[in-house]
Design a binder for this molecule. Structure first.
Ligand code: FPP
Length: 274
């Protein structure tokens, strides 16, 4: 039986979508957008041309994810390390690009019922950028569809540090540190992503096999999909290909495969985390 294709998908996207099981779509997809610089270098262009071209990829990916009903999409746009280790001119360009993106994209986000959120140490960003971010968040706050989270000035280790500080502060306000009982659930509730489910799928473009300090806690059981496609060439159809690959995988969360399910009569069988 052929699936009804969601409105707005192009022919290539519709073809890949037909291979998906709509009942098993990831609830949260996280993407490490990488390869802008290499894309530009291959064309003898300055690095910023790669970032500029990457905006069309953001647009296509966001729209496709929303059209097929993905509840949450998180994009790693700007790491804390990017901020410290790239030339000021490139950082300034990225800040300007972000502001232009927010201004231009809010109507499309609203048309697609997408709510915008951020993770990362926003207070360290330039005040005019913070203002634009707040404006865009408020302008989309009433939307009830996909949550699009931009990771800006983000570092997973800083997020964990902030979570521990926040737990200690909360305990100090509520009866003192003697009452602090730390468990996984409490840590999750103090992360920047407390409103989101953990990602089921993390996509990295440009072939690099690293997590680069991205959502280290939340990605504990995520499926990893690495594509050689450079970010400026990535489109909705590539996202659908990643989802098709995800649906071929068997998620075990530290358990066993069905065919190997645990039996007390088989003491040799060990539970292996995978
Ligand atoms: C990594 O490529 C990409 C970035 C550091 C920036 C990501 C920004 C965009 C995709 C543009 C706009 C985004 C938004 C949300 C408006 P790289 O420069 O590290 O590439 P390289 O590894 O090939 O040098």
């Amino acid at each position: 039986m052929r699936l009804t294709v969601p409105a707005g998908l192009d022919r290539k996207e519709a073809e890949v979508y037909q291979r998906l099981d709509p009942a098993r779509l990831p609830k949260h997809i996280a993407i490490i957008m990488d390869g802008n610089g290499r894309w530009a270098r291959r064309r003898h262009l300055p690095r910023i041309a790669g970032h500029r071209a990457g905006v069309a990829s953001v647009r296509s990916t966001v729209e496709t994810a929303s059209r097929i009903g993905i509840p949450a999409l998180t994009l790693y746009a700007f790491s804390e390390e990017n901020w410290k280790k790239r030339p000021k001119s490139e950082v300034d360009f990225l800040m300007g690009l972000l502001c232009r993106y927010l201004k231009a994209e809010v109507p499309t986000l609203n048309n697609n019922n997408i709510r915008l959120e951020y993770i990362g140490r926003q207070h360290e960003l330039p005040p005019p950028v913070q203002e634009k971010m707040q404006w865009a968040r408020e302008a989309t706050a009433q939307n009830t569809g996909m949550i699009l989270t931009l990771a800006l000035n983000y570092s997973a280790r800083s997020e964990l540090v902030d979570a521990f500080r926040s737990m200690v502060d909360a305990a100090a306000r509520n009866g003192g540190l003697n009452h602090l009982k730390i468990d996984e659930d409490l840590v999750s509730r103090h992360l920047y992503t407390r409103q989101l489910p953990d990602p089921d799928l993390v996509v990295r473009t440009s072939g690099e096999m690293r997590l680069s300090n991205f959502l280290l806690w939340q990605l504990a059981y995520a499926e990893i999909y690495v594509t050689p496609t450079l970010w400026p060439e990535f489109r909705g159809v590539h996202l659908l290909e990643g989802i098709a690959e995800y649906q071929k995988r068997e998620r075990r969360y530290g358990g066993l495969t069905d065919g190997n399910s645990f039996q007390h009569s088989s003491p040799a069988l060990k539970t292996v985390r995978s």
